[in-house]
Design a protein around this ligand. Structure first.
Ligand code: NAD
Length: 332
């Protein structure tokens, strides 16, 4: 299939582009490189022997997106978004514009070009504060604690409404848990600009001696060691989840919602210990107060994805840390 991949130079998008090429598809990348680097395309080429077609464009530019969409696609995978929770609190309009208006422009372009299979990067953040665990897809969408979370809730709603008005549309809403790790080659990974917002890239930089210590936000949660629990998922497993959704639902009218996680939670300190083990480096940390908006624990019920997509993760926390460390060591 010829697949339009927005944000295809980013962390999850680039790994999915590799999986698409490896599966014989033809991904076409659209990115404005606001949070990624052009060199990613060359590295994808090195890995797969195939440098994907690239359009440097902003998804908010409807005319540009329409021209691109009209070149003909079987499906669109939509990764392009801003994702820094703290920044979204400081600059809410930037997030609503980039993520929500951007999605609207993109969808309008796809409607005009008659591309009707859509795979969307959603997030477990849409569930809000969990009342019971694990989280399953039938649970109501919660209240977001920051503008980034609201953009995901809004974009899901936009897509459900578009599907309702265009019954031949296929929309897959993929709710990621916590993507981490890197490609095992060490050629692709997460390379945040400035201080990382997410735990594993931060831990990686502490292990590498780039940052002095990790701040652990709270050790008084009702969890076994008191630190927050998350469902970490290896980015290559996540990429494979997208391919499974594409294979199952391209051209299959309706809205298809899936959690993509491992179904298992790990605490912050478990992750720190696993990282110390694979890197043979100490990861210094200090316990600080809880961070507003953080939930104590979150992990997925993955029954839907297992049963309907025939997909499940195969990479454990150890492998996630080992691949992250390999990527960190091959610092670009
Ligand atoms: N990484 C996570 O923890 C996580 C968790 C849940 C959901 N998600 C979602 O998954 C998607 C991909 O996340 P990621 O971690 O790969 O992020 P990323 O920042 O690495 O990738 C996003 C890509 O989109 C591009 N982009 C952003 N705005 C754009 C615009 N207006 N026009 C064109 N390109 C634009 C960026 O340059 C970047 O290459 C996002 O939608 C994100 O919200 C990520």
């Amino acid at each position: 299939m010829r697949v339009l991949v927005t944000g295809g130079a980013g962390f999850v998008g680039s790994h999915t582009v590799v999986s698409l090429i490896e599966a014989g598809h033809e991904p076409v990348v659209v990115d404005n490189f606001i949070n990624s680097d052009r060199s990613v395309l060359g590295r994808i080429g090195k890995l797969t022997g195939n440098v994907p077609e690239l359009h440097e464009a902003d998804i908010r530019d409807k005319d540009a997106m329409t021209d691109i969409a009209r070149t003909g696609f079987d499906a669109c995978m939509h990764f392009a978004a801003l994702k820094a929770v703290g920044e979204s609190v400081e600059k809410p309009m930037l997030y609503y514009d980039n993520n929500v208006s951007g999605t609207i422009s993109l969808v309008e372009a796809l409607l005009e070009a008659d591309v009707n299979s859509f795979v969307f990067s959603s997030s477990c953040t849409v569930y809000g504060e969990p009342e019971t665990l694990p989280l399953d897809e039938s649970m109501p969408i919660g209240t977001a604690t920051n503008p980034y979370g609201w953009t995901k809730i809004m974009m899901e709603q936009v897509l459900r409404d578009v599907q309702l008005a265009n019954p031949d549309w296929s929309v897959s809403l993929l709710r990621y848990f916590n993507p981490v790790g890197a490609h095992p080659s060490g050629l692709l990974g997460e390379d945040p600009v400035g201080t990382p917002n997410n735990l594993m890239p931060y831990v990686a930089r502490v292990a590498a001696g780039i940052l002095p210590k990790l701040q652990v936000f709270g050790d008084d949660y009702p969890t076994a060691d008191g630190t927050g629990i998350r469902d970490y998922i290896h980015v290559v497993d996540l990429a494979e989840g997208h391919l499974a959704a594409l294979a199952r639902h391209a051209g299959d009218a309706g809205v298809h919602t899936y959690n993509l996680g491992t179904g298992q939670g790990h605490s912050v300190l478990e992750l720190v210990r696993a990282y110390e083990e694979v890197s043979s480096r100490p990861v210094a940390y200090e316990i600080t107060g809880r961070r507003p908006g953080d939930v104590a624990a979150s992990w997925a019920d993955v029954t839907m994805a297992t049963e309907h997509l025939g997909w499940m993760t195969t990479r454990d926390l150890h492998e996630m840390c080992a691949d992250s460390w390999n990527w960190q060591q091959k610092a670009r």
